[in-house]
Structures are given as C-alpha cells and as structure tokens.
Design a protein. Structure first.
Length: 674
C-alpha cells in the first residue's frame, strides 16, 4: 500500500502466514522471558535503573527479550516522542531504514541524518538493542532471523486492548512491522558456503527435524540476562538524558575525581618496601604464589595456569622481577613476548611482522602497528619457549612466566593463550611433575580468548585469575617508602646509596612525599608505578605546579610511554589526539558512567577521524582506540559487554578540557581542584 508521501511498503498482514512458515536456525540461551518496560524501574532522583521480575527466566530463543524490548520502545515510548515533535507515525519507517543502514548493514556513513532531533534518544536505544542482537544472530550478518521475528512481535501487539489507550501505538506497530518486512532480505547462505536449510519444517520428516534441531539449537553462546543490562541502561537514558549545551561539562568527572582523592595522614608507613604494599593490596594473589612455591619445594606434583591482569603501568613487571622466582632458584623462565616478537624474532621458527592494529574502518588512516603472526597456524609455542631459554638439560623449567601479552596483536595474544591451554592439557597427560605458567598483561589482551566458547573445559580447573592493584599510599610514611623505592630504581642502587651516605637523599624523599600529598590527583595516580616514576625529579624542580600543569605534563609522558612501548602515536599527532578527545566527550555524562567512571562501549560504536582542517575523513571503532591507547582500563568483569575507564581517571576531564579549548580558543582550562 502507499503512504501519504507516495512511498510504497508491503502490507505485513499479507505476509503473516509466510513469516510463520519461515524456518530459521537459532541459538538457545538463558532469557529473562518477560522483558518489557514495566519491568524496568528508574528512580528519577538517584538515576538508578533496575531490572525486576525474573519469574519467567528460562531457556529460549536468545532474541526473545530483545524483540520484546524493541516492541515496547516502539509502542510505548515512540508515540509520545512523535506526538511532542509533531511527527507523523510513518516517521518510524524512515527511522528503521536508517537503523538498518547504520547497524545491520554497517554502512560507513559519515553522519547520521535523523528526521528530527527529538529522535536521537529513541534511535540510541534502538541502536543499542540491535547491537546486542547482532551477538545473538545464528549467522552474524543475516538479519532475516531478527526482522522476521520483529514483524511477528509488532503484529502481535495489535490484539491487545491496552494498546488502544496509547494514541497511535497500534498504527506505529503496524508500520514498524511493514518496515521490518520490507527490510527482510533472503539469506544468501549458498554464497557464504553455509549449509542450506529447509524453508519450512513441513519439508522434512518429523524424526529428522527433531534430530537436526537438537544439534543446532543446543549452542549456548550468549547469556541473555546479563547482556540485557546495557539495554536497560539505554532505556534509562531515553527517559532521563538531557542534551548538554555550550562547553562540555566536567562537573560529574570532578565529583568522581574528588571521591578518588586520598587524604594523606602523618602516620607511620604500612610496609617496609614496595613489595610489602603489593602484598597488602593483593593478598589473594600473594597467598596463591606462596602456595604454589610450597608445593614446588615439597616436591609435589602440580600443574596450573595463572592469569594476572592489571592497568597500564600498574607494576606487573615488578611482580615478575621481584616476587616470582624467589623460591625457584634457577628454575624460572621469563618470556618477554614483546621482545621475542621483535628483537629476537630471528630465533623463532615462525614468521612475525608488524600489522596495523588501530586504523579507520576504511583502512585509509593507520595510527599504529603491533607485532603479529604472519600465519596463525604456523605458531609454535615450543619454539617460543626455546627462544626464551625455558629449557634446562632438555627439560622445561617448572615456572614459566609470560609478560607483555598486550604488546602483540589481539589475534596473536589469543593464539598464545590458546596454545598455553593446549600445552597444559598435554602436560596433564605427560610425566611432568610440576609445571606452572603465569601470564601477565592488560585485560584487553586476555578478553578474546578468555570468553571464547571453544576453550576446553579441562583447562578451567587448572586456571586461576587475579586482578593486580598498585600500591595504596595513605600516609607520609607510605609516600616516603615509595619515593625511596623509585629513586633507587631510577638512579641505581649504588648511586642512591651514595646519596644516602652524603645526606642528600633525605631532601629528595621529603620533596617527593610533600609534592604527592599536595596534588589531589597524585595519591591515587601513583598506584600506577609508571606515574610514580614520572614525577621523580619534578617534585624538586616544580614544587608549585598547578593541577593543569601536572595533568599536561603527565598526559604527555603517558602518551610518550605508550609510544615507546607499543608504537602508539605521540601527543604531537593532532589527528590521534582529536580522536581521544572525541571519545572523552562522547562518554561524558552521569547517565553513561558509574560512580567509578566506567562507561559501556558497544561493538560498533565509532568516533570520527578528522584531517588537519577538522573535516571528517572516516571513522574508527571506540573499542580499538581504548584497547590500544595505554591510557584506559577495560573492566575484567565486563568482557562480554565491555566497560572502560580512562586510567588514571583524571585523563577523562583533561581530554574534555582539551576538546573545549579546541572548540573555543578563549576557553579557560578548568581544573577539578583549583
């Protein structure tokens, strides 16, 4: 039929029987079962969002909750939005076409032109739903499964009398179903090399169909209830977000910075050296190390894997240097992955080359590269261990430590972890009496393989995982211990001992402790040892630093460190800096961040890439930027629905202020602690 504007669309009621007879391969998972807007509670004062009523939780089609939720958005929230903006119901057809282009077809559009500004919120919610739906599709690029279901769900609400109380709700549902049918494309599975499936369950014998369904539908690839959290938060944003005006605000960011501030007391130190502070802050990890050492010294059989992930510069290498191996004399091997894949790559029997890890979606602009396997199938863990010197008298040492997992490409780190898993499974069947493997790195290096469903269940019994935290300092005594450790490390033990002998060390320690105590961002920032090192020397030479001075200095040093270690762009790369600013301003509201500064990032969320004139020339995935920046932290508990925070947190407000200054050269830099 034709709309008033002359557009022709299919009548979804005429397609109803065809939709019911279509056959789709689907995935089964745990679902909420009754996800509708009435089961999402929002406190307008605290901005808390809660999901309730789990009475219908069950195994089911993993798109069910998302289809119900999109139906609710369209029939309950959309009518009021269209009415207030004086838009007609057919606007939903245009909205669905844009949504399909941006999310489902993933067309690289430079800008999204919505019919009206009032549709930004509903578009954001629907986009979030579709991005979660992509993870649930049996064939990730075949949206016929979703569109067929969506058309049926939207037509299904036409029978409910309660919909009559919402003006235009049924009209919008009907038009939404029409748009879904219009966008329903037949899957080209033959071209993709996928097995063809019957068009209807009537086409195969009942017994064969039951067997086929049992094989296909038993895959558990997605826990529906946990992933719904992102969608619930998006619904909350739909109802309560207000668009900011003028310069980007840092008020909420400053409140988080204030909450992170540590009051420095005058009491005695909690430890005698830096390692003491790591043990105080990470008791379970250190107890675990003690246990595996005792087992080794007792000559008992033991096989295990330990993952230790932590933020950039938190001190992972310090643990590998100063704690592991103390009771494994001559029996420890440290595998520096980054070094092996670069300087010593000629010792390996597989080929390594640098590959672009951060680039625009159209690959026209590349920002950095990392060492990677030329052919993943050629990777040989034995060759890597031999090159690292992990063999003694023809046998592997009992304690093997992999460090710098994040200094190679994601595909390479995933293959290394997969090979370590297989190695330990093989060890289980061998005569090796004691083998333990530690793997250190940032969370993003572990994420792909850690949640890969192909992992062998037997490995999980051998695996322990720990998140490493840096030293927590809360007194002048603590800061003095930190200062002494940093000066000794940077100057060298002999030079530092000479300064202690001539009395000059005391003044350096006092200046360092006083400087950190007087800068509100530093007591929590020096939990990153890289920052604790950066301010050595500055504490005596720049005692009157303002917060803006300090943030500018540290930010430049952090990017320099990321460049030296990972080949990341420098702060002088204005194009890269603009991307970081875009991300900081994109996720800069109380509704997007929790009280610790973490924000969720969808798999297809992008920010623009601009040229020197500020003209947009492409897009880059937000996750790729954050994973490779060296100034962010991926929350390990959120691997399946990633949540990030800038690290240290003050970087977020600093980038927002840099963006404000770029937009307005007269903008005065605002500090959180002036």
């Amino acid at each position: 039929f034709k709309l008033a504007n002359g557009l022709s669309i299919p009548n979804p009621l005429l397609s109803y029987q065809d939709l019911l007879s279509m056959f789709h391969e689907v995935n089964i998972s745990t679902i909420h079962g009754d996800l509708n807007l009435e089961n999402i509670l929002i406190d307008p004062e605290t901005r808390d969002v809660k999901l309730i009523d789990f009475a219908s939780v069950r195994k089911g089609h993993n798109l069910h909750d998302l289809l119900r939720l999109e139906t609710g958005v369209l029939t309950v929230l959309m009518p009021d939005t269209l009415s207030k903006a004086k838009l007609s119901p057919p606007t939903v057809i245009n909205l669905y076409q844009i949504l399909d282009q941006v999310v489902c077809r993933q067309d690289k559009v430079s800008t999204i032109q919505l019919p009206h500004d009032s549709l930004e919120k509903p578009f954001a919610v629907l986009k979030a739903i579709r991005e979660e739906a992509r993870k649930c599709l049996f064939y990730p690029e075949d949206w016929s499964e979703y569109y067929a279901g969506l058309a049926l769900y939207l037509l299904g609400v036409l029978k409910f009398k309660s919909m009559d109380d919402i003006a235009n709700a049924k009209t919008i549902a009907f038009l939404g179903a029409a748009a879904a049918v219009d966008l329903l494309k037949p899957p080209e599975r033959a071209a993709q090399g996928q097995a063809s499936v019957p068009a209807s369950s009537k086409d195969v014998p009942k017994e064969a169909m039951s067997t086929w369904l049992a094989q296909k539908h038993s895959r558990w690839i997605w826990a529906g209830v946990s992933a719904i959290v992102l969608i619930v938060l998006a619904i909350g944003a739909y109802l309560i977000i207000d668009r900011s005006r003028g310069p980007h605000s840092i008020d909420y960011l400053c409140r988080i910075e204030e909450a992170l501030t540590i009051d420095i007391s005058n009491r005695a130190p909690d430890g005698e050296n830096l390692l003491d502070y790591y043990e105080i802050g990470n008791p379970e990890l250190f107890e675990h190390i003690n246990v595996i050492e005792e087992i080794f010294l007792d000559g008992q059989e033991h096989r295990g894997i330990t993952y230790v992930w932590g933020a950039p510069g938190v001190g992972k290498s310090l643990i590998t240097r100063n704690r592991l191996g103390q009771n494994f004399p001559g029996d420890t091997c440290l595998v520096k992955i980054g070094n092996l894949f670069t300087v010593d790559s000629d010792k390996l029997n597989f080929e390594v080359a640098r590959t672009a890890e951060l680039a625009s979606l159209d690959s026209s602009t590349e920002f950095d590269s990392l060492p990677a396997l030329v052919e993943v199938n050629d990777f040989d863990l034995d060759s890597m261990l031999a090159a690292a010197g992990c063999e003694q008298n023809g046998q592997l040492v009992p304690l093997i430590i992999f460090d710098d997992l994040d200094e190679v490409s994601k595909e390479t780190s995933e293959e290394i972890l997969r090979s370590v898993d297989q190695f330990m499974l093989d060890v289980e069947e061998s005569e090796e009496s004691y083998i333990h493997v530690f793997v250190f790195g940032r969370p993003e290096g572990f994420a792909p393989w850690f949640q890969d469903p192909r992992r062998h269940e037997g490995v999980m019994a051998l695996l322990r995982v720990f998140a490493l935290g840096g030293p927590y300092v809360s007194s002048m005594g603590d800061l003095e211990i930190l200062a002494e450790e940093e000066y000794s490390f940077i100057l060298g033990s002999e030079t530092w001992q000479a300064k202690k002998n001539d009395g000059s060390a005391g003044q350096l320690i006092a200046d360092y402790a006083r400087y950190v105590a007087n800068q509100p961002i530093l007591p929590y920032s020096v939990r990153s040892l890289s920052i604790a090192e950066m301010i050595v020397g500055r504490t005596s030479n720049n005692p009157d630093d303002t917060e803006a001075d300090l943030k500018a200095f540290l930010f430049e040093e952090l990017l320099l460190r990321a460049s030296n270690i990972h080949g990341r762009p420098l702060i002088s790369d204005d194009q890269y800096l603009r991307i970081l600013e875009e991300i900081a301003t994109k996720y800069n509201s109380e509704e997007q961040m929790d009280e610790n500064g973490f924000f969720s990032v969808g798999a297809s969320e992008t920010v623009p890439v601009s040229d020197v004139s500020g003209q947009q020339v492409g897009e880059v995935l937000v996750r790729d930027v954050l994973d490779h920046s060296g100034i962010s932290y991926l929350e390990p508990a959120s691997f399946s629905s990633p949540r990030y925070s800038f690290y240290p947190f003050w970087i977020h407000s600093h980038l927002v202020e840099l963006s404000n200054q770029r937009l307005d050269e007269n903008h005065a830099y605002r500090a959180c602690n002036s």
